[in-house]
Design a protein around this ligand. Structure first.
Ligand code: FMN
Ligand code: COI
Length: 371
């Protein structure tokens, strides 16, 4: 048991050893200079915690609800694509890990297991992430399939009109497998030589996205999406107060502060640096979820203190899956839960409601206190 990883970073190391370089780089990488990728984790390190003492912390309660669904902790699995590149059983194992931990799973539109396979594998509560294709009827069909298979919400990703420039994938000539959800509808492989020539400089994924994704998607299309589903719609990829306000105006049921794990536009701020701006604009009217750079329970605590209702975890779950299959995915979530529980105990917060803005100090606070 000596080699049992004790934190997310060690799972990442194991994943790196376990995976072919092309796949590890795809999972771990960000776009262009990877400035935002570094910032997503480093910005957490610049926030400190103000613990309160002599509070009875003999019982810690991390349980909460997200859109009314019970969860053991304010932690969700973020939708990440193509889990079979991490483990042969793919998203089915991830869903089982979510069920075992009693947390909600976000399933990527670009999953390698089908919607039906994931739904029938276990009783995890699942939300479905949506990309909008130029052929809208394909996206509409996936929404229907998700709805029929008991998914509880749609997470509409809005930061990807085109794929960010991921230079490792370009160098590795990253290849995506055919995705079973789209069999007979869309080829997810680069399927003719002319396309390879046209997209010679890009990765296969970039070629795919530019052929298939609809870059004309805009605010007016939220009404279209709401007209084809009864499920609540959350917008994933909000980074400004302006867009948070617009999102509420068009009637979405929730906002996800996300920069896509720093894989889209480089030089956007770390998500933890803009969370408060969005939370202030939303003023509690709809839930605000958060993702990007969470590697420790203390990071989750900081996001909650700055106003997130819950957080989503992306890469760490994939690292767990790649390193040790379903057990690894489960352990990653459990470790983060355990770390959050300990953080709450050591900072005098027996419940999530006890975590307040006064429990953290950000760089902005430091700046103001010097004035
Ligand atoms: C390998 C990988 C694949 C991803 N695929 C998707 C996807 O298919 N749809 C989506 O909305 N977001 C996708 N994301 C973004 C995640 O949902 C999430 O925003 C991000 O991973 C959070 O940052 P973290 O990895 O630092 O936790 C992906 C991220 C990674 C790392
Ligand atoms: C296949 C990609 C479009 C999935 C994705 O969102 C990502 O790799 O970040």
């Amino acid at each position: 048991m000596g080699d049992e990883p004790v934190n997310v970073k060690e799972y990442q190391e194991l994943a790196k050893q376990a995976l072919p370089k092309m796949y590890y780089d795809y999972f771990a990488g960000g776009s262009e200079d990877q400035h935002t990728l570094r910032e997503n984790t480093e910005a957490f390190q610049r926030i400190t915690i103000r613990p309160r003492i002599l509070v009875d912390v003999s019982k810690i309660d991390m349980s909460t609800t997200i859109l009314g669904y019970k969860t053991s902790a304010p932690i969700m699995i973020a939708p990440t694509a193509m889990h079979k590149l991490a483990h042969p059983e793919g998203e089915v194992l991830t869903a089982k890990a979510a069920a075992a931990c009693n947390v909600i799973m976000g399933l990527s539109f670009m999953s390698t297991c089908t919607i039906e396979e994931v739904a029938s594998s276990c009783n995890a509560i699942r939300f479905f992430q949506l990309y909008v294709y130029k052929r809208r009827e394909i996206s509409a069909l996936m929404v229907k399939r998700a709805e029929m298979n008991g998914f509880k919400a749609i997470l509409l990703t809005v930061d990807t009109p085109k794929l960010g420039r991921r230079e490792a994938d370009i160098k590795n000539k990253m290849i995506a497998p055919q995705l079973k959800n789209f069999e007979g509808l869309v080829s997810t492989e680069v399927d003719d030589a002319s396309e390879i020539t046209i997209c010679f400089e890009g990765s296969n994924l970039e070629a795919f996205a530019s052929r298939i994704f609809d870059p004309s998607l805009s605010w007016k299309d939220i009404a279209w999406l709401k007209s084809i589903t009864k499920l609540p719609v959350l917008i994933k990829g909000v980074l400004t107060r302006e867009d948070a306000i617009k999102a509420m105006e068009v009637g979405v049921e929730g906002i996800i502060v996300s920069n896509h794990g720093a894989r889209q536009l480089d030089y956007v701020p770390a998500t933890i640096a803009v969370l408060e701006e969005v939370v202030a604009a939303v003023r509690g009217r709809i839930p605000v979820l958060f993702d990007g750079g969470i590697r420790r329970g203390t990071d989750i605590f900081k996001a909650l203190a700055l106003g997130a209702n819950a957080v989503m975890i992306g890469r760490p779950v994939v690292y767990g899956l790649a390193a040790k299959g379903g057990y690894g995915a489960r352990r990653v979530i459990e470790m983060l839960k355990d770390e959050l529980e300990l953080t709450m105990a050591l900072s005098g917060c027996p419940t999530l409601n006890d975590i307040t803005r006064n429990h953290v100090v950000t760089q902005i606070d430091n700046h103001h206190s010097r004035l």
